[in-house]
Design a protein around this ligand. Structure first.
Ligand code: G4P
Length: 522
């Protein structure tokens, strides 16, 4: 049995962020293929029906592999990989953001015909805030896309990060010939005639070491010139800058064609960090090698099936070793909990692990003990990790109980669900009306469903649309500042927040009250 330290060093825990349709599912599937978890590639999507479920649930159903939709664990290249799902589409919610708090690095998938899209940008901002390494994969190279140089430029200017191309496309779409790999100093040929022709070595001059028909292609000269330019004018490879999230290694490829994925994954795993230490509320750090087990809850998933009312609390293991049946303390309450009803996430059903180490995710069946952000720890010394950040909601709805006689259970349900992190709650400054805030529509649906099923209360939700929420310090508040275009509300801590109708309303306000500082959460 490998030591704890050895086990930790093999772990790579990450999320893939992208705008819907950029190819996240296809890349995930290719990785599972490389890990030997699935045996054939095939489009997971493309059948009729709705896609309200997570993409991974589709993988699960289609492939018959035993995973929950939120975490995939598999082995590849001597590493044990944990991929955490960050749902987009209709499933987008605060959970998507919080999941990014539980990973050590991130892969950003970008459609090379579309460039940086809004959802990618939002998710990227959160990753950037955490200073964690981010690796970029420009996908769909088999299609006519934009010029590689444009894409890299856009990446740098829109996201405010430096880029280091690890490889460079030799053409794209119909004329895609391969990848010029600056990092490995070879060329990866697109659709080689045989396996031995897949990689061609490069000489010291940057040209192919052996003569090859590829050189007759006009694209080859073009590629050599572009590569020359990159070497002269581009950023330097800087491992420390990668580790701090200041420089993103950039790769090109096609997930659908399975082209460039293996090289990407191998290189990524070389540089992606093993599980990291985590800060506590006392600002000390808990190293993964700390002998006592500790972890934090970053997501609580309620079962939407009324026959199974259980919830699963997702724990990222931070230190020590989890063993089935162990006793831990819940830092918030001091309560002891026995971890016997636990699930683990292994994409390959043949293996049934009984232990989990830092970097791994375990799922605790929860009957209402846990909240998002909770720390659990074993051992005598109390460990409490820093709070998870709050995110600025963008969608708002007024909410009240359909039946006025149900006020009590309504308040109890709202209180519980808000505490659990399902949704955010505000009250109108004057009327005291309840206003719910979320980052994705799904959160309202989950809220409504759970109020009905768990608290037996039908709720009425009145959409208020999207708003820009900005906090101000109470000392600067004059209730006269509120208007129909900037609604004044209180957050749960009683702090004043303005909900602006749109960007113009916010600007108008900023012009009128230049001294008032408007602040966003993450
Ligand atoms: P997502 O999870 O990020 O939302 O994206 P997903 O992998 O589902 O991919 C979205 C679409 O893009 C799919 O097509 C998929 O086949 C396609 N795709 C992914 N990677 C590549 C690539 O490298 N090249 C090309 N040409 N296409 C790619 P779709 O039309 O939505 O699927 P289907 O309805 O045809 O099955």
């Amino acid at each position: 049995m490998a030591s704890l330290e050895e086990q930790i060093n093999t772990r790579r825990t990450f999320a893939i962020i992208s705008h819907p349709d950029a190819g996240k599912t296809t890349i995930t599937e290719q990785m599972l293929l490389l890990g030997g978890v699935v045996r054939e590639a095939g489009t997971v999507k493309g059948r009729q029906g709705n896609f309200a479920k997570s993409d991974w649930m589709e993988i699960e159903q289609k492939r018959g592999i035993s995973v929950t939709s939120s975490v995939l664990q598999f082995d590849f290249d001597g590493k044990r990989i944990n991929i955490l799902d960050t749902p987009g589409h209709e499933d987008f919610s605060e959970d998507t953001y919080r999941t990014l708090m539980a990973v050590d690095s991130v892969i950003m998938v970008v459609d090379s015909a579309k460039g940086i899209e809004p959802q990618t940008k939002k998710l990227f901002e959160i990753v950037k805030e955490r200073h964690i390494p981010i690796f970029t994969f420009f996908n769909k190279l088999d299609r006519d896309g934009r010029e590689a140089i444009d894409l890299v430029d856009e990446l740098e200017s829109v996201l405010g990060i430096q880029a280091y191309p690890m490889n460079w496309p030799i053409g794209s779409g119909q004329i895609l010939a391969g990848l010029y790999d600056l990092y490995h100093n070879n060329v990866e040929v697109y659709r080689p005639a045989s396996a031995t022709e897949r990689f061609l070595a490069l000489g010291a001059d940057g040209d192919l070491a052996e003569p090859n028909p590829l050189q007759a292609n006009g694209l080859w000269q073009e590629t050599l010139e572009e590569v020359e330019l990159l070497k002269d004018a581009g950023n330097q490879f800087d491992e420390e800058a990668i580790m701090n999230g200041k420089l993103t290694p950039v790769f090109f490829g096609s997930a659908l064609a399975g082209f460039g994925i293996e090289t990407f994954l191998q290189t990524y795993l070389t540089y992606a960090p093993a599980p990291q230490a985590k800060k506590t509320v006392e600002k000390t750090e808990i190293a993964p090698t700390n002998a006592d087990f500790s972890g934090f809850i970053f997501k609580i998933q309620a079962n939407m099936n009324p026959n199974h009312r259980d919830r699963i609390a997702f724990v990222r293991v931070v230190s020590g070793e989890f063993e089935r049946g162990m006793d831990v303390t819940l830092a918030r309450t001091g309560k002891k909990v026995r971890l016997s009803n636990v699930t683990q996430f292994m994409a390959d059903t043949r293996e049934n692990v009984q232990n989990a180490v830092p970097g791994d995710i375990i799922g605790l069946y929860d009957t209402g003990n846990f909240q998002i952000g909770d720390t659990i720890f074993a051992g005598k010394k109390k460990i409490e990790f820093e709070e998870l950040p709050t995110f600025t909601p963008e969608l708002f709805m007024r909410v009240h109980a359909k039946n006025v006689l149900k006020q009590k259970s309504f308040h109890k349900g709202v209180e519980q669900l808000v505490q659990e992190g399902t949704i955010q709650m505000y009250t109108a400054w004057d009327s005291g009306d309840y206003i719910l805030g979320a980052v994705g529509q799904l959160q309202f649906e989950v809220f409504q469903f759970r109020m009905e099923n768990e608290y037996n209360t039908d709720v009425v939700l009145e959409p208020m649309g999207s708003k820009i929420a900005r906090w101000i310090v109470p000392e600067q508040l004059d209730p006269k500042m509120a208007s129909s275009r900037n609604l004044l509300v209180r957050d749960r801590a009683g702090q004043p927040v303005f909900l602006f109708e749109n960007m113009f309303a916010e600007r108008w306000f900023a012009d009128k009250y230049p001294d008032v500082k408007l602040e966003a959460k993450l």
